[in-house]
Unconditional design. Sequence first.
Length: 233
Amino acid sequence: MIRLQIDQASLTFKGTRRLGPLDLDLELSGITAVLGPNGAGKSLFLSLCHGTLLPDRGAVRWQGQPARDSRAARGVMLQSPVVLRRSVAGNIEFALQSRGLPRQVRRERVEHALIAARLEDRAHAPAATLSGGELRRMSFARALVTAPRALVLDEPFAGLDPAASQVMEAMIIEAAAATPVLLSNHDLVQTRRIARQVLFFSKGQMLEHASTVAFFADPQSGVAQAFLQSQLL
Ligand SMILES: Nc1ncnc2c1ncn2[C@@H]1O[C@H](COP(=O)(O)OP(=O)(O)OP(=O)(O)O)[C@@H](O)[C@H]1O
């Protein structure tokens, strides 16, 4: 369980407010899904939560620590993973550089992350030769290898075929048993299957925060009702 507090935070670009102001006090455990139509502000919200983007006003805190200062305590997976010209294992180990861990510990962590990401047989392949699904798994391993207190995943299933999506889903469920996960997703059936709670966004505002069961059974806002109806038809 980890506490995420957002206090009157907003994101504004060139004079246009794109997100917020948001007020939120969340206890995260298991999987929390961020839902909403295209352009609703899901990616901005995840960047704000992780501390990649700083709010123009207000504050974001994890366990009382400013998000910006506690980024190293979280694993993050962005929509387009950064790939270094190294092996898969080298790319994963890179996340541990500057942490001052002994070599043996780094090796063990990387091996564990490779197994969790079902990439043990690709460990020595150049990362550039991986398929899209494998790259996504490598990026997930890089997020996991630091033993994070929470995981922030921006559309981890986007562009994956059904089999690859199933593998990613199993990996995320496994990780979420020990580490709270905040993720965005467009697949409502999958969200319903895996998420414990839902945050629903529209036009930069968070309109609903509910358990997954309550959100899908009885969405409160007209926008969420329309969103669910058009997506579930
Ligand atoms: N750096 C930026 N500068 C200006 N506007 C931005 C910036 N980043 C995002 N926006 C705008 O903010 C809004 C929310 O964007 P965001 O990427 O968070 O949406 P999203 O819900 O993740 O959408 P999608 O489901 O399509 O990925 C959009 O209108 C987008 O154009």
